[in-house]
Write a protein that binds this ligand. Structure first.
Ligand SMILES: *Cc1c(COP(=O)(O)O)cnc(C)c1O
Length: 448
């Protein structure tokens, strides 16, 4: 498929210009791509990047993107910027800082497949990213936009992977990162990264939503660029997980793509990527998205049951802290993507997440708790007959196993308690054993 106008081939320097469009169709307000806004100034709804002259020649770009894998240039080595024709930078990449994000593997996991009731299961492990989560795919793009706008200070409200990623990318870019965290609620592995990567870290005595409101005021007053997932450029960067996945599969879409849902930014990004790849002719079939939430933090699941009014969960509870989000900002986008892909939303218990996580560990793969919701969800969906054993399924592992070692140790030693204080059974537990310093005893033990 070659795009032609007046009989002339469009050459490979074709640039797709982009703009910001209000996601609310009835509003449809449009803004220049360099406007430092996150929500529509007229109606308040989220913004989305849209390409104006959206045409790409699939054959040509599939080939070019593949060839870039052997290049030594920074942009080509990045698993995000390699696909830059699908990113809204109008062919200007001076503002890009890359830590060689993306480039995450597809891993075959027979044991996890069996546990999930599938013949085969592939994980795309976004925990292989520089700071250990998929947030890096989006953050390189968000930070490039901050630099393009000439902003020096960037900020986010986060106790988790967003702050780790923002700290790393903005420091690498020579910007000043500021992390706002709710007082007392801290995932230490992730906070440690934010400190190490040089983010000024402010603990505020307020909850997440109150702090977000505060930070928006500060952002206006001090010219700080916000990098929470309302930022449409993060969504753009996260699209490339899907583009890379299709590239790795020689453009054969799977039947299902399964991912955990918290703020639902990644769900929005995946759906947008699939729509664009379909519209540009890169793929002919739409995979179905399956979004998995934790039972104690499942406002999107509850909404999909009734399709009534969207109700947030005032006090979300789950040990999978990356998806402990009661009021997901991106739910209207996620709803659209679930509809377009004929997707499903499922919820899983703390016990189911913990067991699935240990099974993924036994595959030699490992992930953080939120990521394991995928396998737990697959098991439920195959049991319910929604997913079939021979379906071609890719589950996206969102974070690295070392993000939350405390959880792991407690699970394997039978000490892990859910947020209600109930003990989680160590069904796949692996206790360390104390032994005397004695060859014969240890020999006997190991031969048993
Ligand atoms: C951020 C995050 C999620 C949730 O993604 P959303 O885009 O908020 O739905 C899941 N897992 C991990 C490891 C994360 O860091």
């Amino acid at each position: 498929m070659i795009f032609e106008t007046n009989g002339a081939h469009i050459v490979d320097t074709l640039i797709m210009l982009a703009e910001l469009v209000c996601f609310e169709q009835k509003c449809g307000a449009r803004f220049p791509i360099t406007e430092p806004i996150y929500n529509c100034p007229s109606c308040g709804v989220l913004l989305e990047v849209r390409f104006i002259n959206g045409r790409l020649d699939p054959q040509q770009w599939k080939k070019t993107w593949r060839e870039r894998r052997t290049s030594n240039s920074m942009l080509d080595q990045s698993g995000v910027w390699r696909y830059r024709e699908l990113l809204p930078f109008d062919n200007h990449y001076d503002s890009v800082t890359s830590l060689r994000e993306g480039n995450t593997p597809l891993l075959n996991a027979p044991r996890a497949a069996e546990y999930g009731g599938l013949d085969h299961l592939t994980f795309k492990h976004q925990g292989f990213n520089p700071t250990g989560s998929f947030k890096d795919n989006g953050m390189t793009c968000g930070v490039a936009q901050a630099a393009r706008l000439g902003r020096k200070r960037v900020a986010c409200v986060s106790t988790g992977n967003t702050s780790a990623s923002m700290a790393a990318y903005s420091s690498a870019a020579g910007l000043d990162p500021i992390v706002f965290i709710p007082h007392g609620e801290i995932a230490y592995g992730k906070l440690a990264q934010a400190l190490e990567y040089g983010a000024r870290t402010l603990q505020v005595q307020a909850n997440f939503d109150e702090i977000l409101a505060l930070v928006r005021l500060l952002a206006d007053r001090l010219g700080i660029y916000l990098l929470n997932s309302i930022n449409p450029f993060r969504i753009e960067g996260q699209k490339t997980s899907i583009v890379e996945m299709m590239d790795q599969r020689d453009w054969n879409p799977p039947d299902w793509i399964v991912l955990p849902g918290g703020n639902l930014g990644n769900t929005s990004a995946f759906g947008k990527a699939l729509r664009e790849l379909r519209d540009f002719g890169f793929i002919q079939k739409m995979p179905r998205l399956a979004v998995i939430q934790a039972e104690g933090s499942a406002p999107f699941y509850e909404y999909m049951q009734t399709r009534g009014e969207f109700r947030s969960t005032p006090n979300p509870r789950t040990l999978a802290t990356a998806i402990r989000i009661g009021d997901p900002v991106s739910w209207p986008k996620a709803l659209n993507e679930i509809t377009v892909t004929n997707g499903v939303v499922e919820k899983v218990s703390e016990q189911e997440i913990a067991d699935a996580k240990a099974v993924i560990g036994r595959c030699g793969i490992g992930c953080e708790p939120a990521s394991a919701a995928t396998l737990a969800g697959i098991r439920k969906l195959t049991n319910a007959g929604v997913m079939r054993a021979h379906d071609d399924v890719i589950a996206v592992l969102t974070g690295n196993v070392l993000k939350d070692p405390d959880y792991i140790y407690r699970y394997h030693t039978g000490q892990l308690k859910d947020p209600e204080g109930k003990l989680i059974q160590a069904r796949y537990g692996n206790q360390p054993v104390t032994v005397p310093n004695d060859v014969d005893t240890i020999t006997r033990m190991l031969e048993e």
